[in-house]
Design a protein around this ligand. Structure first.
Ligand code: UD1
Length: 422
């Protein structure tokens, strides 16, 4: 369990230099682990990040009867012939991605009982599109005592038109559809690279899926799937975090293993701000030698600028030359960390889903709080160039999504340490 009394202490230390190895994507690894439920046998996932949420997903799978073991970045999941299709509240409340077991359980067991999800603390995060899509395939849901119970004796392929390209809904429907009878077509599907990774894993397992990465995904149901090996796609959000670190601290970083082709829009935006970024045989190379220029930022589903990048872009704009207007189009409550940045001297005004960020020459270190994974990491990168000491409490949120952010930043010259709070 995370130690709630830990904090991160950051002091300015000048430009960064060196290489950070990018881990497998949290938002893919968690869904792949859930997808393993679709096939009995031993699944081996490589390049899985050692983060708290992966630990929680492992516990969730174990509570259903799976055996989960970890060796370095390889996670082995032994899925038994009979699984218990129940996701208990104690685990589901820990992490939002737990809802990803709903589709696999319905596909595999024809029934599922899943507690309503918890997770990041930003705005209401409904699952109506997940349920409506699964209902279109024939599932019937009821809600009582904080649990959703789904029943699907015979899932039948259908056309599912999503109102919004929801990542989680696309994944749940895609996973359930692999074992449905007939052809399912998901229209207005999410196109994130993690969807492509899930489709690739399901394809290895024997599923017939085409169109992943486009707005129309077609899944031909099969009788059964089998356990396989798979390597998780690199984490573009983790890569964005280290790009923001070098943007703020200055210097030069290589992000080994990063996939520039998954980050096109971000790379374009950072280029507009004055960063030099180019593909490297190892992944991605970035250099910042002078103060960045402000740009406007608007979050959109992939291939637009990811909402998960936004806290880093806001942190960068805090110190850039000029004014940037940031518009959040996905999650209503995702500006809470702004108050923390203001405590560090940032000049930010929020209005509804907009933030106006006026760059200041320096931030100043202060005690601040991490409200969620990315917001917490944004405070870390902002602190790299703040005068004096920044103490970031509730750092357990950061550990939910980052494997060794402290070690990685220290290795490239940052002054950051983890401390116990009395
Ligand atoms: C995933 C990512 C999250 C990222 C988000 C958008 C994981 C674990 N999390 O979250 O980091 O920020 O994609 O890229 O992969 N919505 C509904 N009804 C639904 C489903 C979603 O109204 O049934 C709304 C949400 O409230 C939100 C928008 O749709 O406003 C996008 O949500 P979605 O794409 O589903 O995000 P997640 O899958 O939850």
């Amino acid at each position: 369990m995370p130690d709630l009394r830990q904090a991160l202490v950051v002091r300015p230390a000048g430009p960064l230099a060196g290489t950070v190895a990018i881990n497998g994507a949290k938002n893919s690894a968690l869904k792949l682990m859930a997808a393993s439920l679709l096939a009995p046998g031993i699944h081996t996932l490589h390049n899985v990040p050692a983060i708290t949420d992966v630990g929680f997903m492992g516990q969730l799978l174990e509570s259903m009867g799976c055996s989960v073991s970890t060796a370095g970045s390889t996670v082995t999941i032994d899925v038994p012939g009979d699984i218990s299709p129940v996701a208990p509240y104690e685990l589901v409340e820990q992490f939002r991605a737990s809802i990803a077991v709903l589709g696999p359980l319905l596909g595999r067991c024809g029934t599922a009982q899943v507690a309503l999800p918890g997770g990041d603390d930003f705005g209401p995060r409904p699952i109506d599109m997940h349920l409506r899509g699964l209902e279109t395939l024939g599932a019937v849901f009821s809600t009582a005592h904080g649990y959703i119970t789904g029943q699907a004796d015979n899932l039948l392929g259908e056309r599912v038109l999503l109102e919004f390209p929801s990542v989680g809904a696309t994944e749940n429907i895609m996973m359930a559809a692999t074992l449905a009878k007939g052809v399912t077509t998901i229209e207005n599907a999410a196109r994130e690279p993690e969807i492509g990774d899930l489709a690739a894993y399901l394809g290895r397992m024997g599923a017939t899926i085409s169109g992943a990465g486009t707005a129309t995904i077609v899944i031909e149901g099969v009788e059964q799937l089998s356990a396989v090996d798979h390597t998780v796609v690199p984490d573009r959000i983790e890569a964005a975090t280290y790009l923001a670190a070098v943007a703020i601290a200055g210097g030069e970083l290589t992000l080994a293993g990063a996939r520039p082709d998954h980050m096109d829009m971000l790379i374009q935006k950072l280029g507009d701000m004055g960063m030099r970024i180019s593909p490297d045989p190892d992944g991605l190379w970035a250099y910042v030698g002078s103060r960045l220029r402000s740009q406007d930022v608007s979050t959109l589903p992939y291939p637009g600028l990811a909402t998960d990048y936004k806290p880093f872009l806001v942190a960068m704009l805090c110190l850039a030359d000029g004014v940037g207007i940031v518009t959040e189009n996905l999650f209503s409550g995702r500006f809470r960390y702004v108050d923390e940045l203001k405590r560090m001297g940032a000049d930010i005004r929020t209005e509804g889903h907009h933030a106006v960020v006026r760059g200041v020459p320096r931030l100043s270190g202060a005690p601040v709080k991490a409200h969620d994974i990315r917001a917490g990491a944004a405070l870390v990168v902002a602190a790299l160039a703040a005068d004096g000491e920044t103490v970031i409490t509730e750092s357990q949120h950061i550990d939910r999504g980052y494997e060794d952010i402290v070690g990685n930043l220290r290795a490239v010259g940052a002054d950051i340490e983890r401390v116990q709070i009395r």
